[in-house]
Design a binder for this molecule. Structure first.
Ligand SMILES: [Zn+2]
Length: 188
């Protein structure tokens, strides 16, 4: 999902650490000494839904609440404190963040495709090598011709996917896409 809201901008763990709370991970939660009351053992918890709660003094809320309560700020002031303008992010900032997200997703998708295609190439190469080791009877050569014919290409493509430049990988991806085999399909 592409972001629009200020909430996606705030990582409460980062916020708490910026405010000097030392956190350690405890399962899916983070725990540290509460910034709202004096304590030696941590009872201040941050949960993976981006909310905090102190089991000592009872303070709770999200990242904005944390800043608001710590510094006695209004909601707008707290946003500003976090470097987020009250009117929300500028269109340009949103565009940049979305661009980064799209790029990261595309890269993830590409890595998935690369893994699948490499597995396919590996299977084809192994199958052909086995046939060659088993000495193909001349009568069956026609049958296996496509495999033998494909071998150098598959080896070449594997090399590209393993050690090639990004440009080479990209042109291979386009080629595979055109051939209709192992098409690159970004998830939507
Ligand atoms: Zn507390």
């Amino acid at each position: 999902m592409l972001i629009m809201s200020y909430k996606d901008q705030i990582n409460i763990i980062q916020v708490a650490e910026q405010e000097g709370v030392e956190l350690r991970r405890s399962g899916t939660r983070h725990v540290g000494c509460c910034p709202f009351h004096e304590e030696k053992t941590g009872s201040f918890y941050i949960f993976d839904d981006q909310r905090f709660k102190c089991f000592g003094c009872g303070e709770y809320g999200d990242g904005i609440d944390l800043i608001r309560k710590l510094h006695g700020l209004t909601f707008k002031e707290a946003l500003k404190h976090l470097g987020i303008e009250s009117g929300g992010l500028s269109k340009d900032a949103i565009r940049k963040i979305n661009q980064r997200k799209r790029r990261r997703k595309l890269l993830d998708d590409f890595e998935k495709w690369r893994g699948d295609y490499l597995a396919y190439l590996g299977t084809m190469i192994n199958r052909t090598m086995k046939l060659m080791l088993g000495r193909i009877p001349p009568a069956d050569l026609d049958l296996y011709a496509p495999l033998l014919h494909g071998l150098p290409l598959w080896k070449h493509q594997s090399e590209i996917l393993l050690k090639g430049t990004d440009e080479d990988k990209l042109s291979l991806l386009k080629e595979a896409h055109r051939n209709g085999k192992y098409q690159f399909r970004p998830r939507t």
